[in-house]
Ligand binder design. Structure first.
Ligand code: NDP
Ligand code: 2IT
Length: 449
């Protein structure tokens, strides 16, 4: 057994003991520590400063109750969290997720990933994540408003434009951000850029809505170019039909790729000839405005097949873009994708690939972009929204999009620089090492804290 493997096993044993039953958190840490361990062991000063032990311990976690009333007057109590993981590089930054599957483990994995993602963007942002086990599905706008207002009554004490700046994630879009932001203003009696993803009429940035999906396609294009390939004519299987999936599909279409699938938690749609712009506009209406089901697309358009209860990974494609949720692409799915000739997997979601599936990609030399690199476009434009708010100006769509493209290109360059191995690029190692080194350096400079 190599020294790095021995040290990794020892470290993970301790981490699991300190954080029992948090399997998503263990998974996210193990991936990062596996990449950085050989470098870490070479750099005694980091080892001596116990950077790994410190960086895997959140600065703090705020846990609180959110009580609210349904439209019929019944009282409900949910649990909410804000995991402020590490602010070495800037104010805490990261989304809020509303989904019944939210647990402390899920938010710790997301907050941990966010540290390195934000580091990769080159913008001054620390890592955080928050959210609640509240399920917005089937709730009225008024119910969601009351929930958001109640949540902010506690959350407002812990955030601030120079302290911690939340944004959206699963189940938190412009409606929720607006309710949260309005309540923050009421409580603090001042306007500040304390949340990102705001409406364009009250301090939001152009392109923030589209940024994660667009950024993912920009990253994918960079990755394909690096390996003498392009996006034009490529077939893409996308999962999800929310914010990230829809705008990834939109940009892919613009780049003349063929988007074969979209999905939600009930099933997937298969469009043999590739989704059209008209169909995509319909998906926006169904999923974003009416909060309906992706199956409705098949009812509206001929040539769209709906597959209930299945994921899209059985469809033959050149590129897979998982854009729904964690661990949605398992070992058996990876096997099928590889058998069907997939050349690249570019993650729009956070940790959508299980460790076993990722191992298969590595063995089969499939290009595999980890979410912390390829989905960093969202937080990048959030960072640009913060800059615009601080300067009290708004940049044009073109200006923001150009900056986004530059940042995605730079993230890709960093992955290549740190991840080049025998003529190929290991994007997982590249992203982890590049993201980690900057934070480790800052922590070392601050001394013992
Ligand atoms: P949305 O809530 O807009 O959409 C989520 C989509 O994923 C929906 O289609 C939803 O289906 C599906 N989904 C959610 N949970 C599950 C599940 N447990 N099983 C199957 N399908 C599921 O979220 P986003 O598009 O914003 O986020 C998608 C992913 O991208 C997440 O991993 C998020 O962390 C990540 N991400 C988001 C960023 C952003 O800026 N929004 C930035 C970077 C990453 P249904 O409608 O049935 O619930
Ligand atoms: O996972 C993510 O990067 C996000 N949900 C976006 C975070 C942000 O602060 O814009």
């Amino acid at each position: 057994m190599s020294a790095a493997q021995k040290e990794l096993d020892h470290f993970m044993k301790g981490l699991k003991k300190r954080n029992p039953h948090e399997k998503e958190f263990h998974q996210a840490v193990e991936e990062v520590v596996t990449s950085v361990m050989p470098w870490y062991l070479d750099q005694q000063k980091y080892h001596k400063a116990q950077i790994l032990e410190r960086i895997t311990e959140p600065d703090r976690i705020v846990i609180f109750r959110v009580s609210w009333q349904t439209d019929t007057g019944e009282i409900r109590a949910n649990r909410a969290w804000r995991v402020q993981f590490n602010h070495s590089l800037g104010p805490y930054k990261g989304g809020l997720r509303f989904h019944p599957s939210v647990t402390q483990s899920v938010l710790k994995f997301l907050g941990f990933e966010q540290i390195f993602k934000n580091s990769l963007t080159g913008l001054p942002m620390g890592g955080a994540k928050g959210g609640s086990n509240f399920n917005p599905k089937g709730k009225s706008d008024d119910e969601v408003m009351r929930f958001c207002q109640s949540m902010m009554i506690e959350l407002h004490r812990h955030i601030g434009e120079d302290v911690d700046v939340p944004a959206g994630d699963i189940g938190v879009g412009s409606r929720e951000i607006s309710y949260l932001f309005g309540q923050y203003m009421r409580l603090e009696n001042r306007w500040s850029g304390v949340l990102t993803g705001k409406g364009l009429s009250f301090g939001g940035s152009a392109v923030r809505t589209e940024a994660t999906g667009y950024g993912c396609v920009y990253f994918c294009e960079n990755m394909l170019h690096q390996h003498d390939e392009g996006l034009e004519g490529k077939s893409i299987a996308i999962s999800g039909s929310g914010n990230v999936a829809i705008y990834a599909a939109e940009k892919a279409l613009e780049k003349s790729a063929k988007v074969l699938t979209l999905s939600d938690s009930s099933g997937f749609v298969y469009i043999k000839d590739g989704v059209t712009s008209e169909q995509l506009e319909s998906v926006k209406e169904i999923k974003l405005n009416q909060r309906g089901r992706i199956s409705e697309l098949a009812e509206k358009f001929q040539g769209v097949e709906y597959h209930e209860g299945a994921r899209p990974w059985g469809v033959k494609c050149d590129v897979a873009m998982p854009c729904a949720t964690q661990n949605e692409l398992e070992e058996k799915d990876a096997k099928t994708l590889i058998q069907n000739g997939v050349i690249a997997v570019c993650e729009g979601a956070n940790m959508p690939t299980t460790a076993a599936a990722a191992e298969l990609y590595r063995e089969n030399q499939i290009l595999h972009a980890p979410g912390k690199a390829s989905n960093a476009g969202g937080v990048t434009v959030s960072g640009l929204e913060q800059s615009q708010n601080s300067m009290r100006i708004s940049w044009s769509r073109e200006e923001v999009d150009e900056r986004l493209q530059k940042v995605m290109k730079e993230i890709h360059r960093r992955c290549v620089e740190k991840g080049k191995q025998n003529g190929r690029v290991n994007y997982i190692d590249g992203a982890n090492i590049a993201g980690f080194q900057k934070v480790a350096e800052a922590m070392l400079a601050y001394g013992v804290f």
